[in-house]
Design a protein around this ligand. Structure first.
Ligand SMILES: [Cu+2]
Length: 165
């Protein structure tokens, strides 16, 4: 249910983003340095990858100063880093790359979390080991790239995890 709401919000944001880029104010001088597109990334973490897994999920909370989009990234820990979304298809959760990127409305914290949008490390060069850290460089449509150190750990809300054991 939570994921559904998040996806609805994403759809709304996408609609809002369809305004032409040319509508942007041409001169930022008068407004001062506040106009610079910057991004704050907090609480980055990755799930430990099971033995032999070639992909892993990572999560982070992003807050942009101007309307922006998370378009992708890179990490030395894997061949590629993609932005994924979860969708419900025929009663099954499926994930896929957000080819348009993840919308980041100005001043709004956008959380990537288990069950919803996430960062996918594909082609892991080594297993993600609990207790280690993984550098993730995130790329945005407007803001300069940001590198975060993601802690590899188990999900916090273990009580909500009805995983198959
Ligand atoms: Cu994924």
């Amino acid at each position: 249910m939570k994921a559904k709401l998040a996806l609805a919000a994403v759809a709304l944001s996408l609609a809002a983003c369809n305004q032409p880029e040319s509508a942007k104010a041409p001169a930022a001088d008068a407004a001062g340095p506040v106009a610079a597109a910057t991004l704050v990334a907090t609480g980055a973490w990755c799930r430990p990858s099971p033995n032999g897994a070639k992909a892993g999920g990572c999560y982070v909370t992003l807050k942009a100063t101007t309307n922006d989009r998370l378009t992708g990234g890179s990490t030395p820990a894997a061949g590629s880093l993609q932005v994924h979304e979860m969708t419900m298809e025929d009663g099954m959760m499926k994930m896929g790359e957000m080819t348009q990127g993840l919308p980041l409305p100005a001043g709004q914290a956008v959380a990537l979390a288990p069950g919803g949008n996430h960062l996918m490390l594909i082609g892991l060069t080594a297993p993600l080991v609990e207790g280690s850290t993984v550098p993730l460089t995130l790329q945005f449509a407007s803001a300069p790239a940001v590198t975060v150190q993601a802690a590899v750990r188990q999900p916090e809300m273990a009580g909500m995890d009805h995983g198959a054991h």
